[in-house]
Design a protein around this ligand. Structure first.
Ligand SMILES: C[S@@+](CC[C@H](N)C(=O)[O-])C[C@H]1O[C@@H](n2cnc3c(N)ncnc32)[C@H](O)[C@@H]1O
Length: 280
């Protein structure tokens, strides 16, 4: 096999599509549509201030910096960044995330944050108030055409582009890999990981710096039934037979800690970054 004949952008598209079809053809952003999941995400992120602090030092931004955050979620990074920088634009398509980000910005008294409520692939660079010193996307690469997505990021950045993405199977993917055949009669297909992303960048002539990271991931529920209700929604559990399978699985992986029910694991991530003079 000639590795140079592989179209890695097509590999990304394929894995992205197969992953979504396992999640019932939802668009990546629609998984984040509800206000409830946005609040839960922000609360979880606030319990891990080290991650936010690390991103700030990674990005190398300061009071004069203009920053673009692609797939900003509930503003986990965009809102605190805005209080440090001259300007932040946050692109975020999910309505629940945008609502929570606006509230978070207001609570923090942040006024230099511009929120653009669209998918990255639907954005015309001319509609943003670019250029930006740094463009970054943190665990938000839910774009079918990753090559076009990265090209657009390069166009808008004057100094640096930084991407955070996943390596290997995350704990939450492992739970789905375990459960999907019994729940839905088919294998769970994971989305594309950083190996594919690296090849796409490489074929674009971008040879990124890389740093491997390990992050702990924890979901906490007040009781067993709350966990069941949560995963019934997330895993599209509709019948009694499916619920029985889910309950059995959760009773084998949930741990009771201090009266709460906890699911946890470690996930491997990677930071890829490059100076824009590498972009074609
Ligand atoms: C895991 S959250 C990460 C939020 C934030 N970047 C952080 O690191 O805390 C992923 C976010 O990416 C957004 N997203 C997914 N696909 C996207 C797309 N095609 N364009 C823009 N944002 C997208 C989702 O709506 C979601 O809010």
């Amino acid at each position: 096999m000639d590795i140079h004949e592989i179209d890695w952008n097509e590999v990304w598209k394929d894995l992205h599509e197969q992953n979504l079809s396992r999640r019932r053809k939802e668009e990546c952003a629609s998984i984040w549509e509800s206000r409830e999941s946005a609040l839960e995400f922000l609360e979880r992120s606030n319990k891990n201030p080290q991650r936010v602090a690390k991103v700030f030092s990674d990005l190398g931004v300061g009071p004069a910096s203009r920053v673009l955050d692609v797939g900003a979620g509930p503003g986990t990074l965009a809102v605190p960044l805005a209080s440090l920088c001259a300007h932040v634009t946050a692109v975020e398509p999910a309505a629940g995330m945008v609502e929570v980000m606006k509230e978070f910005a207001q609570k923090e008294g942040v006024e230099n944050l511009e929120i653009v409520s669209k998918r990255w692939e639907d954005i015309d660079p001319a509609e943003l108030s670019g250029p930006y010193d740094v463009v970054f996307a943190s665990y938000s690469l839910g774009m079918p055409d990753i090559r076009a997505a990265v090209e657009k990021m390069c166009k808008l950045a004057t100094k640096r582009v930084c991407l955070y993405w996943f390596l290997g199977s995350s704990p939450w993917e492992q739970w789905m890999i375990d459960l999907w055949p019994a729940l839905h009669g088919q294998e769970y297909r994971s989305g594309p990981k950083a190996d594919v992303l690296f090849h796409v960048l490489y074929d674009m002539g971008i040879y990124p710096n890389m740093e491997t990271l390990q992050l702990s991931y924890t979901r906490t529920f007040p009781d067993f039934d709350a966990a069941v209700e949560n995963f019934k929604r997330e895993y599209h559990v509709e019948t009694d037979a499916q619920e029985k399978i889910l309950r059995e699985y959760l009773s084998s992986v949930l741990k009771e800690e201090g009266g709460e029910f906890v699911l946890s694991g470690n996930s491997m991530r990677v930071k890829l970054w490059w100076e824009v003079d590498q972009c074609a």
